[in-house]
Design a protein around this ligand. Structure first.
Ligand code: ATP
Length: 271
C-alpha cells in the first residue's frame, strides 16, 4: 500500500536525518501536539522528503500553552530540516483538533509564522491523517497525547469530525497512579515497548474507554458499521492496542505503521 510505504519512508528519513532526492517545490506540515512537535516535508505528490521531531509539552488539550517554547522548537526543527535538505522552507500548514475555534485555532498558525513559515493552510488533525492514508471512505481516529479526534469520510466527502479530550496523557496518568511513579516516569514506561505486555492489563480499561467514546461519537451521527476504521496517533503504538480497542469497539480496526507520523505527513500534503 503506497500510503504505508510513505509513512515508513518518512520514519526512515527522520531516523537517518537524511533527505530524499526529490525535486521541489516542497510542502511543509507542522504538527504541534500535546506530547511532541513534528515537522514533515513532502514533494508535490505527497512523497516524504525529510522530517524531524521533538518531544515537548507546548500544547495542552489542543491549546497552545507555551507560545514562545513552541515557536523556538519549530524554528529549530525548520533549521535542522533546511540543513538536511539544503534548501530554505518558507511556508507551511498546521492542524488543530476538530472543533477548535477562534484565537485557539489561530495560535498554531501564529506559532509557525513566528518561526518563519508563512501559514498557508490549517486542517483538522484526523482529516490530515486521512489524506496521508489516502482514504476517501472510512473512519479515522487520531489518538494523540491530549485528544481523540474522529473524521468520517464517505466517497471523498467529509461527513463529520469530532473531538474529545482523552488521549495518551490519560494512559500515563493511570500508569503513574498504578505504579506510584511521576507522570514523566509513566510517559517513559509507556514508550518502552519491552514493557508494553506488562502494562497492558493496567491500561486496558483506558483503551476500552477510548473505544467507547469513539463508538458514542459515531452513533450520534449515523450507522457507519460498514466503514473501515483506522487508528493513528502515538497512543496506537502500544502493543495490544489494536486488539483491545477492536474488542471494545466491537469490530476490527487497523493501526498503520508509525501511527505518530501519519497526521504530520498528512498536514504536509495539505500545504
Ligand atoms: P494531540 O494530537 O492530542 O495534541 P500529539 O500530537 O502530541 O497530541 P501524537 O504525537 O500523535 O499526539 O502522540 C503522542 C502520544 O503518543 C503521547 O501520549 C505519547 O506518550 C504517546 N506515545 C508516543 N510514542 C509511544 C510509544 N512508543 N508507545 C506508547 N505511546 C507512545
Amino acid at each position: 500500500m503506497q500510503a504505508y510505504e510513505n509513512i515508513h519512508q518518512l520514519y526512515h528519513l527522520m531516523q537517518t536525518k537524511t533527505a530524499a532526492n526529490l525535486a521541489g517545490p516542497y510542502k511543509v506540515g507542522v504538527d504541534l501536539g500535546t506530547a511532541d512537535v513534528v515537522l514533515a516535508v513532502t514533494d508535490t505528490h505527497g512523497t516524504p522528503v525529510a522530517g524531524s521531531m521533538r518531544w515537548a509539552s507546548v500544547v495542552r488539550d489542543g491549546l497552545v500553552v507555551d507560545f514562545r517554547g513552541a515557536t523556538e522548537i519549530v524554528q529549530d526543527l525548520k533549521a535542522e530540516v533546511e540543513q538536511i535538505m539544503g534548501v530554505k522552507l518558507d511556508r507551511g500548514a498546521t492542524a488543530i483538533p476538530p472543533g477548535t475555534v477562534g484565537r485557539n485555532a489561530l495560535a498554531c498558525s501564529n506559532v509557525i509564522a513566528g518561526a518563519g513559515l508563512e501559514p498557508v493552510r490549517q486542517v483538522d488533525e484526523p482529516v490530515a491523517a486521512a489524506r496521508a492514508l489516502r482514504i476517501d471512505h472510512g473512519i479515522v481516529v487520531d489518538i494523540g497525547g491530549g485528544t481523540t479526534g474522529v473524521a468520517v469520510l464517505k466517497n471523498g466527502e467529509l461527513i463529520f469530525t469530532d473531538d474529545e479530550p482523552t488521549g495518551g496523557t490519560h494512559v500515563s496518568l493511570v500508569l503513574a497512579g498504578a505504579y506510584k511513579i511521576s507522570f514523566e516516569e509513566a510517559e517513559n514506561l509507556k514508550k518502552d515497548s519491552s514493557r508494553h505486555q506488562q502494562i497492558l492489563p493496567v491500561i486496558a480499561p483506558v483503551i476500552e474507554k477510548m473505544a467507547t467514546i469513539v463508538k458514542k461519537m459515531l452513533a450520534a451521527h449515523g450507522d457507519f458499521s460498514e466503514y473501515p476504521v483506522y487508528i493513528v496517533g502515538g497512543t496506537a503504538y502500544l502493543a495490544g492496542f489494536e486488539q483491545e480497542f477492536g474488542k471494545a469497539f466491537g469490530r476490527e480496526v487497523h493501526v498503520p505503521p508509525h501511527p505518530l507520523l501519519v497526521t504530520p505527513l498528512g498536514i504536509a500534503m495539505f500545504s
